[in-house]
Design a protein around this ligand. Sequence first.
Ligand code: PLP
Length: 367
Amino acid sequence: MRPPRFSARTEISALKPYNSGLTLEDVAARVTSPRVAKLASNENPHGPNAATIKAMTDAIARPFLYPDPSGRMLTGEIARQTGSPASRVILGDGSEDLLNVLARAILGAGDEVVTLFPSFPLHEDYAIMMGANVTRIGLTPDRTIDMTALLAAVAQPVRLTLFANPMNPAGLWLGPDELEALLAAQHPESLLCLDEAYVEYAAGPDFASGAEHLAKHDKPLLVLRTFSKAYGLAALRIGYAISNSDDVIRSMNLVRTPFNVNAVAQAAALAALTHTDSKEQAVSYTLGERARMAAKLKELGLRVLPSKGNFLFVDCGQPSVEVADRLIDRGVIVKPWKQDGYESFLRVSVGLDWENNQFLEAMARIL
Ligand SMILES: *Cc1c(COP(=O)(O)O)cnc(C)c1O
């Protein structure tokens, strides 16, 4: 018997499956090198500290209880550290969950959404899922953020402007003055959402977080953060958002599933926020390795975009899918970019020194 056919909403048929990258298991059969460097998903290879692992172990001993549906302990700590009221903090099953919740809470057919390009695919996918129209603001010809186009776009009464700062995959970012210009240009009826998944790697005088503006900005603003990157908790799935608007948080709370963040993730995130020394060490290690990798890639004659993330966006000058395939044979997993116009770019995460060396040596041989 043929399985019965059934069609989804028309918006869904426009979506492509998310490219989550290869796992270690996926490539194990092909790889002959003794160790595989997984540099495709911007994880923190140092992982969480002992206090965080202890908190997880303690929490998993009571799996029969539902988690706190509003994650009060954790939202309280986030509020304390960021200076926002806890009522304006919302937790998600990863920040991806919050992107999905946001789209379902505020977007409808025909709504206008602005994003930077090349982009984190989910920023577009969830908007498309809701039937919204997405406008991409591409980079300038010399591959910088096109501020003129961005400021013009956000001045329109679009429903939502959403992008990552620092950008994924490009690594580019808005400086403090550019962020201020963006906030000033924002149309008062539209929501500005800054996805700050890489904020911990970006700190410095040439970067400003949207969180610093929450208390004084008079237009709707939402800042997304995650424990998946610098905090090393990608497997647990936990992120959060902070807004200056009670309406935005209320509508997201109505749409999310009530127990969207499990108890182990809540406990781990709380411990990770209160024991931050290992995170700081991991970040400074990564920044050192990022500079070293960028310099070596440039020595190979490759164009590398400036990056404030824990990754680099590299122009291979040839189809990156093929380069990535040959890297797998040498025990290195990276992410070949597939969006229009960026097919010669790959995104490589900054890993441990041996992983980065394995990547750099393989690149030197392949090119
Ligand atoms: C990695 C990443 C996320 C992460 O999401 P989680 O669901 O919290 O793991 C969100 N946004 C961007 C831009 C990312 O690169």
